[in-house]
Design a protein around this ligand. Structure first.
Ligand code: NAD
Length: 353
């Protein structure tokens, strides 16, 4: 096992891990543990370079710090990435090696599932480490976080409607969902049951056809989703999709979806959305339902996460109000509030020690 430490300003610890025997190449980043152990999923992706993987893991780890802090969880932020193609480069030995690398953090990093990793993979990693969440309910774990993430987004969309359009009833409104995987599909089902008209897109044409038929939704090719007239655009696939090219095409009044790191340029696009009259629900607040479910069930060992997940509405309304008063973007106000919470935690910790 070869472990190399990387120093990066603002991060507590980053390890580049290589297991020559199995061929595992991974990076684990702990951004911040002021509020508690750093929780974040393991992502597997065929990154073109190690630098690309490092960029992704650090952005995602930082987003986890903000996500937990914004939802008032006693958790910090971390993330892990495995470099490789999930369809071709997985082996039990690589997953076991990943578990051993996680142990290097002695509980300061706690893993979960993310893109490219299945529940079976998680179980394999957990053979070597106890620092694992989101295991199946049959194994005493909190299960798949995706339906809970979708519940949080649903609550968040209602908060957006309440703030922007002064209504809570979603029947008859149109929501365009980009990506109908674990989160997007659960959200689509939830919205469909409330009488919402759906427009859906996905890069998987078979899935798109099946879901469109079942939920009476309009299916559009991936690139056309940005041009669809709708009340809500809900990004539930990749990050960086709110950018210079897409922002001028959007025909919605609200952006509220589950994807992480939706704004390509946090500052610029946050303000541009505000100037364009589009209400943006900061991704790390609205998509926190999954981590909340993990926290409540795996860490607190309580049974019902819904009372916590419903609080997402209040957290959003708070930052919308602050943005309306200051004239700054919603994401700016969310970051300011979250940073202040982290600062306070650090002052408390310093005075306790
Ligand atoms: P997933 O892999 O199950 O689903 C993603 C879907 O998006 C797939 O069906 C894929 O084919 C599709 N897709 C990919 N690129 C696309 C594109 N350009 N246009 C349209 N569709 C595209 O992943 P998921 O678990 O549903 O997560 C979705 C997003 O939400 C990710 O950004 C993830 O990081 C974030 N997220 C997930 C959770 C969770 O609980 N699963 C929690 C918080 C945030």
């Amino acid at each position: 096992m070869k472990i190399e430490k990387i120093a990066k300003s603002g991060f507590e610890e980053i390890l580049v891990c290589e297991d020559q025997a199995s061929g595992l190449h991974a990076i684990i980043a702990v951004h911040n543990t002021r509020l508690g152990p750093a929780l974040g999923g393991i992502r597997m992706h065929p990154y073109a370079t190690t630098a690309d993987a490092l960029r992704d893991v650090t952005l995602l780890a930082q987003a986890m710090t903000y996500k937990s802090a914004a939802s008032d969880l006693k958790l910090g932020g971390g993330k892990a990435v495995i470099l490789g193609d999930p369809a071709a480069d997985k082996s039990p030995e690589r997953l076991y090696a990943m578990g051993r690398f996680i142990n290097e953090f002695k509980g300061r990093y706690i893993a979960a599932k993310d893109l490219g990793i299945t529940t079976e993979d998680l179980i394999a990693v957990a053979k070597e480490t106890i620092y694992m969440t989101g295991l199946p309910e049959t194994m005493g774990g909190s299960g798949d976080p995706s339906p809970w993430t979708a519940e949080g987004i649903f609550a968040g969309i209602r908060a957006c409607f309440q703030f922007k359009l002064k209504q809570l009833n979603l029947a008859g409104v149109t929501v365009a969902i980009q990506g109908i995987g674990h989160v997007g599909l659960a959200l689509a089902r939830r919205l469909h049951s409330e009488g919402v008209k759906l427009i859906v897109s996905d890069t998987n044409p078979d899935l798109l056809k099946e879901v469109a038929e079942k939920l009476d939704a309009k299916a559009v090719p991936p690139d056309e989703i940005y041009d669809m007239p709708c009340e809500v655009f809900s990004p539930c696939a990749m990050g960086g999709i709110i950018n210079d090219n897409t922002i001028k095409r959007l025909q919605c009044s609200i952006i509220a979806g589950g994807a992480n790191n939706q704004l390509a340029d946090m500052e610029k696009h946050d303000q541009l959305l505000r100037d364009q009259g589009i209400l943006y629900a900061p991704d790390y607040i609205i998509n926190a339902g999954g981590v909340i479910n993990i926290y409540v069930k795996d860490i607190l060992k309580e049974e019902d996460a819904m009372p916590w997940i419903r609080k997402i509405s209040g957290h959003l309304l708070d930052v919308f109000e602050r943005s309306a008063q200051s004239g700054k973007g919603v994401n700016f106000e969310a970051d300011k509030l979250t940073q202040a919470r982290l600062e306070r935690a650090s002052i408390r910790r310093d005075s306790d020690s």
